[in-house]
Design a protein around this ligand. Structure first.
Ligand SMILES: Cc1cc2nc3c(=O)[nH]c(=O)nc-3n(C[C@H](O)[C@H](O)[C@H](O)COP(=O)(O)OP(=O)(O)OC[C@H]3O[C@@H](n4cnc5c(N)ncnc54)[C@H](O)[C@@H]3O)c2cc1C
Length: 349
């Protein structure tokens, strides 16, 4: 029986657990996730009959293996297309028909978290939420790992460990770990090369419909306080008829400058900017709001692969968008599938 410990329950981890199920005959997989939910930055909330993806907006059909996974290997009930187009706007707020109109975009009626939920449901993995891993302990003689959580509890031992947190959080776990300085320090240094764009997201609900022809607006010249505005009502099953829900993502500079400010002030400012952009004064007065500051939102630079592969010889595997080098759900899923298969192959050796 191979014992595998997974840190984090994002899309990458879920795909790794799914692939492991096929790749190794006898495995016991334990997942430790610091938050209360599954699927990490592909995040969904519910309120008053509304479902909204407040992190990643959709899954793109940009990877053949992931397309096969989603359309053939996982249940497709409630898998929905986001058909309406994405238009662009510039720094002066000029809106143009535009980008990506024909690309395939998916969510689920019950939201993007379904991805991890459906992947894990296909496995026998045991998932422990609200369990933050703080350090790894290596036993070289036994060739195993133990995980230590924030309360000091040990988990394991495991024959292999999969690290799914965004690179800076994975580095924090590694830095305090008891493991040979050489592989640990070069891995931590590689993780230090990874960078992310911060995004502050405002969510605005309205008891009326918007009459516009697009699903979303993206700022093409990256010189507007708002980078993205999208309408969850364009995703089937997300918003009841006669209502609207806008997801507004501030641009990098605005997000960095205003992260620590009173969220109500941020929401009021983003609502006003959005009302100006869409030329609709009603948007300054949502009937409810939500928000999230994403510190590690969109990957900018991934990690070099050599130190990651070296760590694998000690049974330590990394998965996620930063491993794939692309800040997208499909890239995280692909990385998870590949790592799950590699663990299976390595354990059979
Ligand atoms: C605002 C925003 C918009 C985006 N838009 C899109 C989009 O439209 N399309 C798209 O494809 N992608 C989009 N992305 C990017 C996409 O969400 C990510 O690329 C993808 O979800 C990354 O998955 P992952 O498995 O690599 O990591 P994550 O989703 O970050 O999962 C890592 C998990 O590890 C957990 N964790 C961290 N530290 C610990 C610890 N110490 N112990 C235990 N658990 C821990 C976290 O809680 C999390 O659940 C967006 C992201 C954001 C934030």
């Amino acid at each position: 029986m191979e014992r595998i410990g997974i840190v984090g329950a994002g899309a990458g981890a879920a795909a790794a657990a799914f692939a492991l199920e096929d790749a190794t005959a006898e495995t016991s997989v334990t997942v430790l996730e610091k938050s209360g939910g599954l699927c990490g930055r592909a995040a969904t909330r519910r309120r008053d009959g509304v479902v909204y993806d407040y992190g990643a907006n959709y899954l793109k059909a940009d990877d053949e293996r992931v397309v096969e996974l989603v359309t053939e290997r996982l249940p497709t009930d409630g898998l929905v297309d986001v058909d309406a187009p994405v238009w662009t706007f510039d720094r002066d707020g000029g809106i143009e028909p535009g980008r990506d109109a024909d690309d395939h975009k998916w969510s689920y009626e019950r939201g993007l978290t379904q991805l991890a939920k459906r992947l894990f449901a296909r496995t026998d993995a045991t998932i422990h939420r609200e369990t933050r891993v703080e350090r790894l302990v290596r036993d070289d003689a036994a060739g195993t790992w133990t995980l230590e959580d924030a309360a000091g509890n040990p988990w394991g031992p495991y024959d292999a460990v999969v690290l799914n947190p965004p690179a800076p959080q994975a580095a924090a776990v590694l830095e305090t770990s008891s493991w040979d300085a050489d592989p640990r320090d070069s891995l931590v240094a590689a993780l230090g090369d990874v960078s992310y764009r911060r995004v502050w997201t405002g969510v605005f609900h309205y008891p009326f419909e918007l009459e516009v022809p697009y699903y979303a607006l993206v700022n093409a010249d990256k010189d507007h306080e708002v980078g993205w505005v999208s309408r969850e009502e364009c995703k089937p099953g997300h918003v009841p008829d006669g209502e609207s829900l806008l997801v507004v993502q501030a641009n990098r500079e605005w997000s960095v400058a205003n992260e620590g400010r009173d969220p109500e002030r941020n929401l009021a400012e983003l609502a006003a900017v959005t009302a100006g952009l869409l030329e609709d004064d009603r948007l300054t007065d949502p009937d409810w709001t939500d928000h999230q500051g994403w510190r590690y939102a969109i990957l900018e630079d991934g990690a070099p692969s050599e130190p990651l592969r070296r760590a694998e010889s000690a049974g330590l595997y990394c998965v996620g968008d930063w491993v794939a080098g692309e800040g997208r759900i499909h890239a995280a899923l692909r990385s998870g599938l590949e790592v799950g298969e590699r663990i299976g192959a390595d354990r059979r050796r």
